[in-house]
Design a protein around this ligand. Structure first.
Ligand code: NAD
Ligand code: ZN
Ligand code: ZN
Length: 391
């Protein structure tokens, strides 16, 4: 089959690789009809994660048709011919974390959990296309994928909806929604969102759906801010204004009630070729030197507010404003998205027209043009917001 693979720092390449096979009784094989490029893929492609290997198949946002199921997948759960969206965390459905619906913290699905433990001091669960740190599972920017624990994760799509309407249930729509849900939004709340990338846009839409009075979008890309504005949110360009002052102006001098960080490690993209461990050190350094979304969110939030972090972080962060966090009684909430928890309810919101995930798609490309897609997305060319790939 054809698959988009990591080919070294800042290089991806669509190659011929062996077709996936059922390895365990709870596996399924999915023929992929649509897949997407995510901001998280950029953390991998530019070599930030040192456990990437040449030939690793990328991609954790995908959907398609089930073409084979293992003997351990009950027929009432999944059958050949079913159309499914596959969530990015691989979850067993049975451990203590899964029982608590903390699917992205599953204790059973990462055979390499020890690597993360050694590198960061904590384990991580299995994730598709996310290097050997998260289990070495081949990703979904490919013609086919093996889906482990297929009786737990995949969501069947029976309604008459396009791939574009439901594809983002695999990751970024639930992630944006979880970012807003963690804010415990009240009707009078002003919610500020750092990052108007795909995840940020969905956090903004979700904050509105959950009842926020006003949603503020913070970014430096004028076209991304325009996209947020067209969806009804208030743009703030951090290249043009001092963000904290502007937020105080917009909130009667108190700061936003709820702040969402949908940026994460973006600060580290695009730097020179250096070793992975140096890279982590450099990331820590650069985050102390430049305006940083998380720090700004904590410093801007009103007393008693919530800072919700869905941007991805790894390793350590310096200059964390512990004083503002503690003295202003802020609540900090975060997590890799527990996608399985949100898929069904969000499918309902799409069906009822409350959320329109298609609004962020700016590019659709054949899988064979994945390398060009990564360039366009990473360099924000051609007003790119979100790229869908068709295998
Ligand atoms: P993206 O790279 O397209 O978007 C990030 C945006 O942040 C860009 O538009 C950039 O201009 C903006 N930005 C950079 N620095 C900023 C700053 N200081 N203030 C405000 N905006 C700033 O990525 P995306 O696909 O939207 O993903 C966003 C983040 O969410 C990434 O870190 C990604 O890894 C993470 N993510 C998390 C989960 C999860 O489960 N928690 C799931 C998916 C993605
Ligand atoms: Zn993603
Ligand atoms: Zn589990």
């Amino acid at each position: 089959m054809r698959a988009n693979t990591w080919a070294g720092r800042n290089k991806v390449e669509v190659r011929d690789v062996p077709d996936p096979k059922i390895l365990n009784s709870r596996d399924a094989i999915v023929r992929i009809t649509s897949t997407a490029i995510c901001g998280s893929d950029l953390h991998l492609v530019d070599g930030y994660v040192p456990t990437m290997q040449d030939g690793d198949v990328l991609g954790h946002e995908f959907m398609g048709e089930v073409i084979e199921v293992g003997s351990g997948v009950p027929g009432d759960r999944l059958r050949v011919g079913d159309r499914v969206v596959v969530p990015f965390p691989i979850s067993c459905g049975a451990c203590a974390a899964c029982a608590a619906e903390l699917y992205s913290c599953c204790e059973n699905t990462n055979p390499n959990a020890g690597i993360a433990e050694k590198m960061f001091g904590h384990p991580v669960a299995g994730i598709f296309g996310y290097s050997h740190l998260t289990g070495g599972f081949a990703g979904g920017q490919a013609q086919y994928a093996r889906v482990p624990f297929a009786d737990v994760g995949p969501l069947k799509i029976e309604a008459d909806l396009t791939d574009e309407q439901v594809l983002f249930l695999s990751d970024i729509l639930p992630t944006g929604y979880m970012g807003a849900e963690m804010c415990d939004i009240q009707p009078s709340d002003v919610v500020a969102v750092w990052g108007a990338g795909p995840v940020g846009q969905f956090a903004m839409d979700s904050a509105r759906v959950l009842g926020a009075a006003k949603v503020i979008a913070i970014d430096k890309e004028p076209y991304r801010l325009r996209m947020a504005e067209q969806a009804g949110h208030v743009p703030v360009n951090f290249d043009e204004v001092d963000v904290r002052s502007r937020l105080l102006e917009l909130t009667g001098g108190r700061g936003p009630d709820k702040c969402i960080d949908a940026v994460g490690l973006e600060a580290t993209h695009g730097s020179a070729h250096i070793g992975a461990y140096d890279r982590i050190k450099q990331a820590v350094r650069s985050e102390t030197e430049r305006p940083h979304a998380l720090r700004q969110a904590i410093m801007s939030c009103r007393s008693g507010g919530v800072v919700s972090v869905i941007g991805v972080y790894g390793g350590f962060l310096d200059k964390f404003p512990a004083g503002a966090w503690m003295n202003r009684s802020l609540t900090l909430r975060t997590g890799q998205c527990h996608v399985q928890r949100y898929m069904k309810p969000l499918l309902g919101r799409i069906e009822r027209g409350e959320l329109d995930p298609t609004r962020i798609i700016t590019h659709t490309l054949p899988l064979d043009e994945a390398a060009r897609g990564f360039d366009i997305f990473k360099n924000k060319q051609d007003d790119c917001e979100k790229i869908v790939l068709k295998p």
